[in-house]
Design a protein around this ligand. Sequence first.
Ligand code: GAL
Length: 826
Amino acid sequence: MGWRGNFVLLNCVVLALAILSSAKKISVSYDGRALKIDGERKIIISGSIHYPRSTPEMWPMLMKKAKEGGINAIETYVFWNAHEPQRGQYDFSGNNDLVKFIKTVQEQGLYAILRIGPYVCAEWNYGGFPVWLHNLPGIQFRTKNQVYMDEMEKFTTFIVNKMKENELFASQGGPIIVAQIENEYGNIKGSYGEAGNEYVKWCAELAQSYNLSVPWIMCQEGDAPQPMINTCNGFYCDQFKPNSKNSPKIWTENWTGWFKKWGSRDPLRTAEDVAFAVGRFFQYGGSMQNYYMYHGGTNFGRTSGGPYITTSYDYNAPLDEYGNMNQPKWGHLKQLHELLMSMEKVLTYGDVKHTDYGHLTTATTYTYKGKSSCFIGNAENGDRNITFGNRIYNIPGWSVSILPDCKFEVYNTAEVNTQTTIREKVSSQDGKIKKPFKWQWRNEKIEYMTQEGVVDGSVITANRLLDQKVATNDSSDYLWYLTGFHLKGSDPLFGKTVKLRVKTHGHILHAFVNKKHIGSQYAPNGQYDFTFEKKVRNLRHGLNQIVLLSATVGLPNYGAHFENAETGVHGPVELVADGETIRDLSTNEWTYKIGLDGEKYEFFDPNHQFRKPWLSDDLPVNQNFTWYKTTFQTPKGREGVVVDLLGMGKGHAWVNGKSIGRYWPSYLANENGCSSNCDFRGAYYDSKCVTNCGKPTQRWYHIPRSYLNKGQENTLILFEEFGGVPLDIDIQTTRVKKVCAKPYAGSTLELSCHDRTIKEINFVSFGNPRGTCDNFQKGTCDSSTAFSVIEKACLGKRKCSIEVTKSNLGQTGCKKHNRLAVQVAC
Ligand code: GAL
């Protein structure tokens, strides 16, 4: 069979062994120190990747990068409303293929943490609950309510059984080592009184009843009954103590950044601060933590929570929305993970001794079988010199130093040696003569009653204003409210300046009177209610029609009783003159129509033929309720693909019939509060270090490569609700533009342009350079040879690495604290 045959055979044997060994049944238990796998205490460093926020084609790549980043477990929630959009009708296809996702985790050699909830929060539409659930008579969510508990039990059991049938629990040879029931119930339990306490007990009993032989957790639930492990969520969890000495200290959500709402600026949580939080957690006895999010991804379709969660769920996570490494965060944490893992035994079995130096500075020594490892943490902002074991250590403010042998500092959370990667979005027509897209268009139908008062396709009439989600079951963002009233020529109203006033819980209202659009308004920041008021000049004798189109932008996902928050027009709807109500229409007969015509007839599907074809001439711009359609070529390469929707108002976008989410580039981010200097020191909060002030909250929308046709044309279809100009729309890829690094002497410079090569060396300084990436300045004691050394090692290569030493980079005039600063163009 020759060497090739033997090689193939050998590979098959190795593969078969790998499959067999990965299917090995493992036992999972725990004690007060750590989770135990087959009886051995383990450090678990997990990362959240939510399967519906990426595609099955992306999952292996994301997990590979997570593993390379030192992650050993993947955490995901289970999204009830994605799986059971209609009661009893389940969907586990495409991005919702939970079983495939968990199997991919296993194939990548990782553990899985399954947070079933089924309440998940997660900035996901309605916190993961299907809206039909709310519409069941007598239901109350997340409390001792039989209707709710029966449904929760049914869905939880369904998921547990699905995992069991596919042998995905660790005890069956699968990767799932931990499961979660409920989510942060402790944050809101107070509002539910005694029923809340009983509900928590019931959740615990339900979880136990499955006899899964994997531990169950309840996050942010201080009263979690044994054997539920209560865990911590937050930016810092070092001071957290579980409610039983037999439970390990687990951090389920280390927020790596933050989510974004329409109108919010971009979050930035620095690598230094995340590393500091992790360092402190392990210094103070933590043994299992999860990054929320490790890859945030995209809220495709109408899945974003609310109100007003953006389509991008990038989260400033270590992997960006498209799956690229967000550097230096990814790399700085990777180094930390590798170090912590190398200390696994001593951290989980060792004796612990803390030495307090005052000013929030503490040294911690772990000792096991004659080996010691140490942390020195400084939680004040100023640097400190600490004498520890006969040596003096300089501990920068807000940092943790790790000394795996208690002598030499190997890692300090504030000293980032990893490269910073700066990306740009490049037109896929880059280098070619840019051809504008050819657009086709069609109008959305504005609803009116016929003379007989009938609305084509309407389903509901009522003599009151209905809550939007009750009427729609959330099958669309849109609900039409239509009513009519008669006026006599003698009506006193005719002599006055009349206004239509509508109170609505939002989020967006468009109003029409007698077929004329009189105005549109949206809730600023998605606030709970607002009043629309506009002049009406076209009332007439006989029948007058008022048509309101209400749109929601993500249903709420957080807070006690969030499910009861009303949406849509709640009234009053009235005509006012001189500040007084002259006609209250709230209890008129209202006719309701759910959704847009374009949704019903699937204008977003490029394969549909319509009786009235798409139009090519007289392309309308700045026109509301308009559908646009164009085609584009698949960009070459493997880089992430986006559509730049600058110029558009607000709406929804589809590529080849698949939704890539809502868009709203005309909604600008708050213009205040950005600064180019971000001090990582001091406690992080979501508006600290923000960027993108005054720019579109979200201008670029992710098109997963698997949604594109290979070598053929693709169709982009937009529904524009407010009015926009589609002429600048462009298909782009996300590309590495430049890379910088500022490593300390004694560490290693590692530069990578990823798929591209280092084209130019922009800046090199070894000594005491100043500034940050894009703004480096030479210091006063520079080596004269460093530039040529870097040029030789890096130019023309994809990546290069070099030890930062004087022997490599030349002498400097500085005795201590030498640093190298490099910037290259890719
Ligand atoms: C937590 C919640 C998560 C997510 C996070 C913020 O409170 O458990 O699901 O919503 O906040 O991103």
